[in-house]
Ligand binder design. Structure first.
Ligand code: GTP
Ligand code: NAG
Ligand code: NAG
Ligand code: MG
Length: 352
């Protein structure tokens, strides 16, 4: 009896010592992260949604790797926002305000034309598209298309992973996704892709086509070595409305900083379509990226469980869902819906 207590005691001591040697704090401290950061654009009123999301990303990924997180806002972040967010982010948190010239109407916008078009969209007899009446949404889309990567807080990074308040990872991501991108020479990664509401972009593609022509880049429209096939319908040469959903994206900032990206964005911006219509950042960015990236540079992450309400990507394979502790219902997976563009993307990759 006494002896067995003694043995138990010994085992306990050995166990404690082993735990000490295996202190999980130690290797994490030494982990050398990639040159990368999380990035979130949000308002002060998004505080509690973003806190939930940050904690979910910690649990699923970031407590292991401790990447930084850059928060941008058109207003100043409150002290309360910064205090609560800072203690949740596993790496360093940085808070920035967007310069007003990146979040305001360009001088060339004619206010009457803009208001008239907005009213027409709101009163559409077949129903107004989402955010038809929102000015801030239009600023947001223009900012995310042409300016976020110019913010000073993002200058010191190569890669970013965009996160929105309220999104969730639904499975563990148990490898360093940034290093995966870099090691495999990917420039852009996405989860969900889908069709855009055509009412929000009536002139986008024509403006885009003309922009490429005036920049001497029109050969890109039919260059099969790029991703033009992802966005252009070969039957009529028009936009097929496919876009990468931008609320989850992991990408190389140097692509957005490139001369081509900015030339094309500036041409599009000159037409004021962000305000006269309601161009989303997703179709704008998808069109440009599909032209300037060579096949093999864009990765579809089909194994990342992810929700941005109302849609979810959920891995189908049970073994994967068990080993990565997925919490999503595989029957809710977006991939097989008719307005998903993932099958189309995979088809292109196979031709590659
Ligand atoms: N600072 C700031 N951030 C904004 C504003 N409008 C949108 N955002 C952020 O921009 C991103 C996209 O906005 P959302 O409202 O989520 O747009 P969405 O994803 O197209 O639409 P939802 O289905 O409503 O999520 C989110 O990260 C928002 O937090 C704004 O006026 N100010
Ligand atoms: C990270 O990337 C940025 C932007 O390309 C660069 O300026 C910076 O020097 C890089 N930092 C490191 C540590 O390599
Ligand atoms: C502008 C741009 O980057 N275009 C690319 C499209 O694809 C061709 C073929 O791979 C590249 O050479 C171009 O650089
Ligand atoms: Mg959103």
């Amino acid at each position: 009896m006494f002896l067995s207590y003694y043995i138990l005691f010994l085992i306990r001591i050995i166990f404690c010592f082993a735990q000490f040697l295996d202190d999980p704090q130690q290797p994490i401290e030494q982990y050398k992260p990639a040159n990368a950061t999380f990035y979130t654009l949000c308002r002060n009123s998004d505080l509690y949604d973003i806190l939930e999301t940050i904690n979910n990303y910690n649990n699923r990924f970031n407590s292991e790797y401790r990447y930084d997180w850059v928060f941008l806002n058109d207003q100043q972040f409150t002290d309360e926002f910064k205090k609560l967010v800072k203690v949740s982010v596993a790496g360093h948190a940085y808070f920035g305000q967007i310069p007003s010239q990146h979040w305001s109407l360009p001088n060339s916008v004619d206010h009457d034309t803009m208001k008239e078009n907005m009213q027409k969209m709101i009163n559409d007899p077949d129903g107004a598209p989402p955010y038809a009446d929102s000015m801030s949404y239009r600023h947001m889309c223009r900012f995310e298309s042409g300016f976020f990567f110019k913010h000073e807080l993002l200058q010191k990074y190569d890669y970013f992973w965009r996160v929105e308040p309220g999104v969730k990872l639904r499975c563990d991501v148990n490898y360093d996704l940034f290093k995966y991108m870099i090691d495999n020479k990917y420039d852009h990664g996405f989860t969900i892709s889908m069709l855009e509401y055509s009412k929000t972009i009536p002139s986008l593609f024509e403006t885009f086509r003309k922009s490429l022509v005036s920049l001497g880049l029109s050969k890109l429209l039919s260059d099969s070595r790029n991703y033009s096939g992802f966005v252009i319908d070969p039957k009529n040469g028009q936009y097929n409305h496919c876009h990468f959903w931008t609320n989850f994206e992991i990408g190389n900032l140097n692509v957005f900083r490139s001369k081509e990206y900015n030339q094309i964005f500036n041409e599009l911006d000159k037409s004021n379509g962000f305000y006269y219509e309601r161009w989303g950042d997703a179709p704008v960015r998808s069109l440009i990226l599909s032209m300037i990236l060579v096949k093999g540079k864009i990765k579809r992450f089909d194994e990342i469980g992810y929700t941005h309400p109302p849609y979810t990507q959920c891995p189908q394979e049970e073994g994967f869902r068990v080993s990565n502790r997925c919490s999503c219902n595989p029957d809710t997976d977006f991939t097989s819906k008719w307005f998903s563009c993932s099958g189309h993307f995979d088809g292109l990759e196979q031709q590659h």
